[in-house]
Design a protein around this ligand. Sequence first.
Ligand SMILES: *Cc1c(COP(=O)(O)O)cnc(C)c1O
Length: 485
Amino acid sequence: MSKQFANAGLILNEPLLWEKGGKGKSAFSMPKQDVERVYIDDNITGEGPNFPELSEIDIARHYTRLSTWNFGVDTGMYPLGSCTMKYNPKINEKLAALSGWSANPFVAPELNQGALEIMFRLADFLKEITGMDAASLQPAAGAHGELAGMLICYAYFKSKNSVRKKIIIPDTAHGTNPASAALCGFKPVAVKSGENGILSPETIAAVMDEDTAGIMITNPNTLGLFEENIKEIAEIVHAKGGLVYCDGANMNAIMGISAPGEIGIDVIHLNLHKTFSTPHGGGGPGSGPVCVNKKLEPFLPTPRIIKQDNKYVVSEEFPQSIGRLHTFFGNFGVILKAYCYIMSMGDKYLKKASELAVLNANYIRACLKDELELPYDRLCMHECVFSDKKLEQYNVSTLDLAKRLIEYGYHPPTIYFPLIVKGAIMIEPTETESKEEIDGLIEAIKNIIKEAKENPQLLLDSPTISKVRRLDETGAARKPQLTGL
Ligand SMILES: *Cc1c(COP(=O)(O)O)cnc(C)c1O
């Protein structure tokens, strides 16, 4: 391919001509001059910076082309398990971008009542959705919410002049859980889920003692299964004075159906940038509110927004608080979108969203269970997890299947996670995909398995149509280049 054509949209493996400048090209649309010209002596301004000179069409094409090299929810289905990459209605982006929201965060609370009210009301909504008593919107991500929750647990024991050293974390928990616990000085005690993929009360009773702060449980867990014994497990933990932390990043499966506060949870975080109208995994800002019951309320981060005489005030008057975890109030744009999303859905449609998310995942589970091995063959929640067992006979791997899927126009599912399923393929369709789209994904996977039988090389060579082909993942890990090109 000649260099001249190397910029065309889908031409692969050719270096992009990044240097497009040309002397004398220009691209600006200035408004008509309506002030008097002022000439500044060149001696004052000196030589201008050496900006590239480009025409408008060069710029428009360059950025439009770059945008086509990315896959996004607006391009196609993105069934990335555990990430809830659903379609987020554009109206929420528009509302969050209204110019009235750009108040300086230093502005006095009396002049910022609108923003404070939104945060206060969102916290109320989240309390209702989770069945908890109080919430803080400060944490900026799921893992940050976990850290907040663990710090709260630590502060709770400290207030009782007690230090507990261990925390129980099942093998079906999200990988961030043990890390968050360890950051707060707790030693994770790993426990195994049962053959049915969920925890048994006996397993927890065997390890729970008075040196254990409690349990961190992901529900629905990373196998996409609901922890059906959670109430009994919470009773066992509470009986020994422990606390129950729930990783609620998967709330998309249970909104309006199961309230964690009613099944014994003391503290839970949510991922607004999954369930509530901000995409996860886009590298943008997130929000991981932490919700607690009465017992843990005194320890929530400060400042807190409270309502006094019909006004919203910002209060630091919580002496047992773990303190501040984020500048100002958290990521306000994400908070705002969550508020708009909940307002536009109402309780009825939030519940419906969860019902459809679960229905869609079970549809995929049922349609593919003859083609792919399903290690836990039972009703799932928002995602279903297959293993690579049936692929091995064709000498292809989970990775090969995922890469081939790109050629069919789908973002690959999450792969090799959770770790307890060999060669895991974790599919989360979400509620926003139509039956036609989901059927398309199922067809694509069935076709790929057929290809694996007949012409496995097709899988091994994939992807061929994307800008970047297979990456040297080992090289990237061993010799990371962290400073750009
Ligand atoms: C996504 C996720 C997290 C972490 O959320 P981040 O915002 O990426 O830090 C934690 N737990 C579970 C179950 C998740 O799915």
